[in-house]
Design a protein around this ligand. Sequence first.
Ligand SMILES: [Zn+2]
Length: 394
Amino acid sequence: MKTAWTKNRNADSVRSFAYRKGKFMKSKVEFYKAFFEELEKKGFGVAQPSSPDYVVDIQFKGKAIKSPSAYRYEKGIVKNEKMKDVLWKTYAIEDMLRDEVYLGNMVRGKTHSAMHKGEKRHHVPRSEWIVVQGTHEPIVSRELFDAVQAVNEKKIQEHKKKLEKAKGHLKRDNLFKGKIFCGDCGITMGCNVGNHNSKSYYCTNYRENGAMGCVKKYISARKLEKAVLEAVQIHLKIFLESRNAIQSRNKDAEIGKKRKVLEREIKDLGQKEVQYQQKLSSIYLDYKDKLLTVQEYFMLKEKYQATLAELEADSKEKALLLNEMQEDYGEDLELSQAAEQYAGQKIVTPNMVDALIERIEVFAKGRIHIVFRFEDEYRRLLEKKSDMEQEVAN
Ligand SMILES: [Zn+2]
């Protein structure tokens, strides 16, 4: 904290402010003093803050004490009779307990505005406040004041924790955001938060247009999450089991031999491709050297290119076949990564939904259809497994 006396730039303005607002300051101090005098009168001492409940006690008992408004009415400063019996409000007591005026100091610069720079009035960080020490007699000891600040700080931290928790819940609200659609009319489904934070999804089209728009549709988030979780886990189980079955089959010596044959064939195909590319460039040179007519050149060119295309296609097919025979088959698939991460997870999380689900369609009577991501990979792997089983059967 800056102390105004050591800051020449501020000292004069602060002093003149204290002079101008002297009356106000005095009455503020008076209110605070009156508050504690009342507390003492009611048999609640303020000198020794030994109990940990001390501050809470001040705040609780303080609510039975007449507020500054009532005090002003008593003194005839305000005439409105409504003010007569107004008591201290909790937030006002909290503010008061935070005020350094307690310690006999005056605080300036809590807010700041610079209209010439277009800056609106805003709160200034506590570390930048200007504190003028000893402008009046302290009302409470430093010990009590610090005890109050410690309690306040604890309260603030607890409040922050609660807010963060609530944020976590909010995230859960948006679990299927952008991915849930009415199966009957295709519109994005709305999410409704009911009593006790229970959530449900509905067709916005039906809600707005009734039977003219769509079929009546409603599903609780709890039910939907349960169904999605089940479907996801079954999906992943089938995928991983199939992948493992293929991998263990690929460890067979028999498959190992086939792999060797394929590798050889692919290598041969590659060599043939190189040969045909060389042929292609040599006929061009022959044509340039006038050893070939233009017709002959084009005829040969077409022929070689067709052969090259065949070789490439053949090689590609064999490479795919070889890939399916690898002992680590499927591990490079995108679905593999997601499956390994989320298989067995007991709750639906936003990350799980993002990683695995393309869209969810909800039909009447709560029937749901889930479109998973990486469907191609999934289907190919299952086909491979079914082919493999047929091979074994034959
Ligand atoms: Zn609909």
